[in-house]
Design a protein around this ligand. Structure first.
Ligand SMILES: [Zn+2]
Length: 286
């Protein structure tokens, strides 16, 4: 097939060629076409413009924890369709299909691991599982992670990526906001250290609960961080929103997060924070 095609106005135009699937991806930041293998080596950060593309929970865990130190907890916990929710697709079927498609049981992976020798409880959300939505299982896994960190007196780190509460679980998903927040308050009273990392996007019910309750809140660059989305706010208040509204940079300027850290420097920054708060003597020698 010819790569060039004669258009209606008689000029020769170049037809868009489809890239082989699974090899290339388009950067949401600069529109550049990126080679997936190279992108993965760069922790899903665009080589051309530093845009932080979404990263799966397994890759994020591997990036942060010391090799071979991660032990997953509550790995087999799965959601059920207790409301018999019928949307475009039945929730029960959506769960089965998503588990098969993304090879995860839920939108968060939790466990215990070492970060530069420091033992921590870590939870990483995955946007590919129903938009990283928080249902009763996500809430329960977060709650158990907090309890684990509390009983072992070790820091808790949660990496969020979420569109909010899972509507297919109705009020039970909204209840997770209160449940996780109460547990974090207990953890805080107990003197626990909680570091929250916000990635693109961290919104709605997750943003309005555990994601914003960190002792230290770190955001990745250019992440969308907010409760309702900018379109909804614009429609509601009928006003033009400021430049960069709800971006990491905007919320940093307005005091919602403590710092913005490039993904490639995340482990180094966490180590610095753990050095400061926990102290080198608690480090596990490996
Ligand atoms: Zn780019």
């Amino acid at each position: 097939m010819s790569w060039f095609k004669r258009s209606n106005d008689g000029l020769l135009t170049k037809e868009r060629r489809d890239f082989p699937k699974g090899l290339w991806v388009k950067c949401e930041g600069c529109g550049g076409i990126l080679y997936i293998k190279e992108l993965k080596r760069n922790f899903n950060v665009c080589i051309k413009c530093n845009y932080h593309l979404k990263m799966g929970c397994d890759d994020y865990v591997n990036m942060l924890v010391d090799d071979g130190s991660f032990i997953q907890t509550d790995a087999n916990m799965r959601s059920i369709d207790f409301l018999n929710f019928k949307g475009k697709e039945k929730y029960s079927e959506k769960l089965v299909n998503t588990i098969k498609k993304v090879n995860l049981n839920e939108a968060i992976k939790t466990g215990i691991g070492l970060i530069s020798g420091y033992k921590v409880v870590i939870g990483v959300m995955d946007f590919s599982f129903i938009g990283g939505s928080m249902g009763s299982v996500v809430g329960e896994k977060v709650k158990r992670s907090i309890e684990r960190a509390m009983s072992e007196h070790i820091p808790l780190i949660i990496v969020s990526a979420s569109g909010g509460a899972r509507m297919m679980e109705g009020l039970a998903s909204l209840m997770q906001m209160a449940k996780t927040s109460i547990k974090l308050a207990e953890f805080s009273r107990d003197g626990g250290l909680y570091i929250s990392i916000l990635t693109n996007p961290t919104t709605a019910g997750v943003m309005a609960s555990y994601a914003m309750l960190g002792d230290i809140i770190i955001a990745e660059p250019e992440a969308l961080i907010g409760f309702a989305g900018p379109r909804v706010i614009k429609q509601t208040i009928g006003e033009k929103l400021p430049e960069g509204f709800q971006s990491s940079e905007f919320v940093l300027e307005h005091g919602f997060v403590d710092m913005i850290v490039n993904r490639k420097e995340m482990k180094e920054k966490l180590t610095e924070i753990l050095d400061f708060f926990i102290g080198g003597h608690n480090r596990v020698k490996r």
